[in-house]
Design a protein around this ligand. Structure first.
Ligand code: HEC
Length: 249
């Protein structure tokens, strides 16, 4: 029995390694839901660059405003573009699914749960992963989403990114230089430097992480208070116990 178990485990181990390897992406990020400035900037970027095509069906303007501490009039003046939309509505795009299908060949999916579906590392890498590819109708391809139908909407900020080979001499190993030509490099800078752009994409991903699980923001803020309460309560309970048992010992 034991032998069979060991055999089974040795059989399964490489499989889990393959599964983990398949999910690996070039960049990683750690969401920080307590960083309100980052979340606010992420929301601003989302509204300006993404909401034209993608909805957040399960997120209301009012909820985001409350959680991220953005005043209602700012939301109404700067975030709600559609004349039919109100403060309490869901953050929907005004583009219909049919138009999306016709224009891009694939309707832009709802992004409410995208951070939970793909993970934030993937999302972050995806947004950093657009590069020039003249064979594509949009002129770009994506390092983690092959043949993607989405145009590189952040190009004004990032600039033009291309696949390049490392400069001669940078790598001694000539044999696999073909594979090395996968390095992405910004060849014409946009409004932001590469570091600033990574910061902006971090904020955007952070915002989408919040949207995927809005209650986590409050839960995390509450956690230290709960721990302090538990600590104080433990001290009281300890003295109470001493008091009760005093006569028995
Ligand atoms: C001009 C329309 C358009 C805009 C603007 C746009 N997207 Fe997209 N996006 C698409 C389309 C179309 C797809 C579907 C791609 C496919 O299936 O090949 C897509 C796919 C995606 C996906 C992959 C989703 C999945 O689960 O397959 C993510 C993530 C995404 N977009 C994020 C964003 C973010 C973040 C922004 C804002 C910076 C943005 N998009 C702006 C059109 C757009």
């Amino acid at each position: 029995m034991k032998k069979q178990l060991i055999a089974l485990i040795t059989l399964l181990l490489p499989l889990t390694a393959v599964a983990a390897g398949g999910a690996s992406v070039p960049h990683s990020m750690e969401p920080d839901l307590q960083d309100q400035a980052s979340l606010q900037n992420g929301m601003k970027l989302y509204v300006n660059y993404c909401m034209g095509c993608h909805s957040l069906e399960y997120q209301r303007f009012s909820r985001a405003a409350e959680d991220l501490d953005v005043p209602q009039d700012i939301i109404e003046d700067n975030v709600i573009f559609s004349p039919d939309a109100a403060f309490n509505d869901q953050m929907k795009t005004s583009m219909s699914e049919e138009d999306g299908e016709t224009w891009f060949g694939a309707p832009p999916p709802d992004l409410t749960l995208s951070a939970r579906l793909h993970g934030t590392d993937w999302l972050y890498s995806y947004l950093l992963g657009f590069y020039q590819d003249s064979s594509r109708p949009t002129g770009v391809n994506n390092a983690v989403f092959e043949l993607v139908a989405m145009p590189n909407v952040l190009e004004p900020l990032q600039g033009v990114q291309e696949k390049v080979c490392p400069e001669a001499g940078a790598s001694d190993d000539v044999s696999d230089s073909e594979a090395d030509c996968d390095t992405l490099e910004v060849t014409h800078q946009g409004e932001l430097s590469p570091e600033e752009f990574e910061g902006a994409v971090y904020d955007l991903t952070n915002f989408l992480a919040y949207v995927g699980e809005p209650s986590k923001l409050k839960a995390q803020a509450l956690a230290p208070k709960v721990l302090i309460f538990l600590f104080i309560f433990a001290v009281i309970a300890y003295f109470l116990k001493r008091e009760y048992w005093r006569d028995i010992h």
